[in-house]
Design a protein around this ligand. Structure first.
Ligand SMILES: *Cc1c(COP(=O)(O)O)cnc(C)c1O
Length: 964
């Protein structure tokens, strides 16, 4: 078979000179003579797909780029003044090229291994500082998925934080963003949480709402552009013991009193306009900040400050115990992958501009809006709100459509709110010439030649407090300094551009440059999610083709790319199951409200089930790692008609192709339940088997795993939901303002993201991957992923027990190394091995998931034989060091394993007190002489950081005083 040329770039074992020899070496180690033989031995015949995927043949990189240019050419970029939470912005070129387009940043993994992630952790801490300072609240998280989901998370947080008062209502002000209201409604409805949307800006404010109010959500400025004094409403809420969330525009907070100072308990929003392109809706970083006392209930990740073994300041993820991977269905949220890369871009925008620069941008944006309002009034148009920041709402009885059309003729998109109202949002890129064109569209004559001197911000609401006083927001103003800061940070980190990252379940494969490039093209980057659909014809084609291809790959009837992470795909899929059961349940019958989840499942599964109001019942694991069929039968017998679904992962997170998966599916179907197949491990299935064919009713995929979207240091992601025919009516609905730009989505189910196509701006990556590989290339990639995993497993089997194997003693695309027997014998832990790998220049495999005390290795097809051997050699050398402990050469505590990782400073210190030599610590293998990576900090004390929680850039004095 001749494979498309890109396949030999993507699959490591096919890429090396003497490629066939590399593959043959690996196969020979397994005693096999062909990839087909391997696949036949490893993958159960009962699930094998008996045909080639019906996808276009693989194309060259040049052809794919040319086609993407053609698709981009079908989009029309207009001056986007629709606003509603999405604003054009200037991504400083130094940030675009050296963060957004830099593999050192975008190929990094989530910073769970903190010692090799100090650069991105510092950048995320800067993000938290920006959010915390601007909102006036002390603790901010390291990003959420978008503004609409952040509002939904805040509502659930408020509901959890107010104990008792089960019937308490959350009130959402009607001037919140329409997409936030739509997403929040869905989330509340799924849990049966009372939620009321009310106009709180009218007479009486919150007093107009009856009943027990536990939480209030306000928008600042309002979706209509109005700037209001929220203090009276917040006081009314406090008087009723309700918590208050303000969804606030970050740029406006450089000029206006922040929510924290007005008494709000939470602030949420989007950091998009801090240098992140519109991207037709995403990816963008959502943010959340809370007052003290609520930090332990925060959804998502939180970066904190701690110290390393030598007492140096070091960053790591704080309060991990709140997260879904620990707390499962009791977690504070199901969010796992968030928007790290975009949060980093936003933080760097603040570093680049500093507080003064941000204020200037905000003043300029405001001044354009004032010029527009002045021009409208001068032309006899009524401006509805006297106080506004960037958005002007005009009352134009009966003329809205005509004005929107006139603006469109001038190349400008504005928002027609209803027949009588039009609103126009100004931004960083708005020029006086744009304002003149908008005024023309209103038939309101010409703008004044001079910049307005007045302000439409009420004096009483002007911000007086300082922000971004930390040196980092002042030290990097020249481009030289900025460039070096970015380089210094990324140099601290180990990303895929330096080493394989063999993370089980996370599939850290090649993110090819050809796949990445189009996301910076203006024709993809600069389109508003609510732009008229005909302007996004390229996106419509791209998304339609991608959804079709993913449906073919998975064997389902339809796919929606709206969910912007795997967790959101899970939520959307479970929501579909729930709606399906609801429609089929006889009135009066007990609801199907139980979700069966195997013990080995990813924590997001249980957390997502909880979010749709399902009760989690755990199904046991059999000795071979498969689902225990007897236990499944028992649980089905016990819960019978209450069973809504089972959530299985295939191949299971134990790294084996269970040959009983069809039985599992039939048993659940026979009991009337639906089968949710978590598609995170699709890298072991593409081209070989289809979840939709072997029994799944619904799956989510992780395009940031199997389909090459980079992890970005913890996001972005795309988690499409794929469903069988009977669930198609329940795919996520349209969040855009009603009736204006509605997509032709046939469904009424709740949207799960603020934009119709979620993180549309990165869908070129999976599209390009599939187009480059073609059906044969994709299948070859899957087989090669199984080959690399089995090669590593076979070479390591004599040194570390492989916990689970399937048919023929083979694993799937990943394998679990069991460290527990060694820990019992020597005291050396899996964590010690993970940290010691850093001294060998590697990112550790997945630690402690799905089995505590183990390491899960997933090499992926992208790694070549040399890199696989380098990893195996490091693991074998580490095994020898463990043996030294067993043999009594030194104790575990005195071993280089426990001392790891070793910084350059610790190795050259005048005083050396370790039992092992400096050479053994720093250069344990001769091969490390070339291009050694030195971790910037030693092992970090996580518990200490959690006790003294510091989650924003500490004032410099704190270091000097030794408080940290
Ligand atoms: C990664 C993963 C998820 C969650 O996906 P996110 O995109 O991080 O939300 C769910 N299940 C499994 C098995 C995973 O590996």
């Amino acid at each position: 078979m001749t494979l498309p040329p890109f396949v030999r770039r993507h699959i490591g074992s096919l890429a090396t000179p003497g490629a066939d020899a590399a593959g043959a070496t690996m196969l020979a180690a397994l005693g096999l003579d062909s990839l087909d033989a391997l696949v036949n031995a490893a993958v159960p015949a009962s699930i094998r797909l008996d045909r080639t995927l019906d996808l276009p043949a693989g194309r060259t990189e040049e052809e794919v780029t040319a086609t993407l240019r053609e698709i981009a050419g079908m989009n029309t970029v207009r001056t986007e003044m629709i606003g509603l939470g999405y604003h054009p912005t200037v991504t400083p070129a130094v940030i675009r090229r050296n963060v957004l387009e830099s593999p050192a940043w975008y190929t990094a993994y989530t910073p769970y291994q903190a010692e090799i992630s100090q650069g991105r952790l510092e950048a995320l801490l800067n993000f938290q500082t920006v959010v915390s300072d601007l909102t006036g609240l002390p603790v901010a998280g390291a990003s959420l998925l978008d503004e609409a989901t952040a509002v939904a998370e805040a509502i659930l947080l408020m509901r959890r934080a107010v104990k008792g008062r089960a019937d308490g209502v959350v009130v959402v002000d009607a001037d919140c963003l329409p997409q936030s209201i739509a997403v929040a409604r869905g989330r509340a409805e799924a849990l049966g949480l009372p939620l009321v949307v009310a106009d709180l800006t009218g007479e009486g404010g919150l007093d107009a709402v009856e009943g027990d109010v536990v939480g209030v959500v306000l928008q600042a400025p309002g979706a209509s552009g109005a700037v209001r004094d929220l203090a009276p409403l917040i006081a009314q809420a406090k008087a009723r013991d309700a918590l208050v969330t303000v969804a606030a525009d970050l740029l406006s907070l450089t000029l206006l009193t922040p929510p924290g100072e007005q008494g709000a308990d939470l602030a949420v929003g989007s950091a998009q306009r801090f240098g992140v392109p519109l991207f037709y809706g995403g990816p963008h970083a959502g943010y959340i900040a809370v007052r003290s006392g609520l930090e332990r209930t925060l959804p998502g990740r939180l970066v904190g400050v701690s110290v390393d073994a030598d007492g140096a300041t070091a960053y790591r993820l704080a309060l991990q115990t709140r997260e879904q991977h620990i707390r499962r269905e009791k977690a504070t949220s199901n969010i796992c992958t968030a928007q790290a890369l975009l949060a980093i871009v936003a933080s760097m925008y603040a570093v680049y501009h500093g507080p003064g620069g941000l204020r200037e941008i905000a003043e300029r944006v405001h001044s354009r809006a004032v010029a527009l309002a002045d021009g409208l009034r001068a032309g006899g148009v009524e401006v509805v709100h006297a106080a506004f920041f960037d958005t002007v709402l005009a009352h134009v009885p009966g003329r809205a459509d005509a004005i929107v059309a006139a603006a469109a003729e001038r190349g400008i998109n504005i928002f027609g709110r209803d027949a009588d109202h039009v609103q126009v949002a100004c931004d960083e890129t708005t020029t006086p010439a744009t304002i003149a064109l908008v005024l023309e569209a209103f038939g309101a004559g010409v703008a004044s030649e001079t910049e307005p001197t007045t302000s439409a911000l009420p004096e009483a609401l002007r911000r007086t407090s300082e922000y971004l006083t930390h040196p980092v927001f002042h030290a990097h103003r020249s481009e030289t300094a900025m460039l070096r800061y970015l380089r210094a940070l990324s140099d601290k980190d180990l990303a895929l551009d330096r080493t394989m990252i063999p993370l089980g379940s996370c599939t850290m494969k090649l993110n090819a440059t050809t796949q990445m490039e189009p996301m910076s093209w203006s024709a993809f980057a600069d389109i508003h999610p609510f732009a008229p659909r005909e302007q996004a014809a390229g996106y419509t084609r791209l998304i339609g083709e991608l959804e079709g291809w993913l449906a073919e790959i998975t064997g389902y009837a339809a796919v929606s790319v709206q969910p912007n992470a795997g967790s959101q795909g899970e939520y959307a899929g479970l929501l579909a199951i729930r709606e399906y059961h609801r429609a089929g349940t006889q009135p009066g019958a007990a609801p199907r409200d139980i979700c069966l989840i195997p013990a080995s499942a990813h924590g997001t599964n249980a957390a997502s089930a909880a979010l749709v109001g399902l009760r989690v019942v755990v199904v046991a694991t059999a000795d071979d790692g498969a689902i225990d069929l007897d236990d499944l039968r028992a649980k089905l017998a016990e819960h019978g008609e209450r069973v809504a679904a089972i959530m299985i992962t295939y191949p299971s997170t134990h790294g084996v192709y269970e040959d009983t998966v069809r039985d599992v599916c039939s048993l659940v179907h026979a009991a009337g339940g639906q089968v949710y197949v978590d598609g995170a491990n699709l890298n072991a299935l593409v081209g070989l088997a289809q979840p939709g064919e072997f029994g799944g009713d619904v799956s989510h995929l992780n395009l940031h795993k199997t389909f090459c979207i980079p992890h970005g240091g913890g996001g972005p992601g795309v988690g499409p939901v794929a469903v069988a025919e009977h669930l198609v009516p329940y795919l996520p609905g349209d969040p855009s303002p009603s009736g204006t730009w509605a997509t032709d989505s046939p469904t009424g189910t709740a949207p799960v993201s603020g934009a119709p196509y979620g993180s549309a701006g990165i869908l070129m990556i999976p599209w390009a991957y599939i187009a480059l590989m073609g059906p044969d290339g994709l299948t070859a990639a899957t087989a090669s992923a199984v080959l690399t995993a089995n090669y590593v497993a076979r070479r390591l089997a004599d040194h570390y027990p492989i916990l689970y194997t399937g048919p023929g003693g083979l694993v799937a695309h990943e394998c679990i190394l069991d460290i527990r027997p060694l820990t019992a014998e020597t005291g050396v832990t899996a964590e010690d091995v993970a940290k010691r790998l850093m001294d060998y220049g590697f990112h550790a495999p997945t630690l402690a998931f799905p089995v505590p005390g183990t390491l899960m290795v997933e090499p992926t097809e992208s790694e070549d034989l040399a890199e696989l051997d380098r990893f195996v050699d490091a693991m074998i050398a580490i095994r020898r060091e463990i043996q030294d402990v067993a043999d009594g050469r030194w104790s575990a505590a005195e071993s280089p394993l426990r001392g790891a990782p070793h910084t350059a400073a610790s190795l050259i210190a005048d005083e050396w007190t370790h039992a092992y030599s400096r050479e053994e610590a720093g250069y344990p293998l001769p091969s490390l002489r070339a291009g050694k990576y030195f971790p910037p900090v030693r092992r970090i004390d996580g518990a200490r950081g959690d006790r003294n929680l510091v989650c924003s850039c500490p004032p410099i004095e704190a270091y000097a005083e030794g408080a940290l």
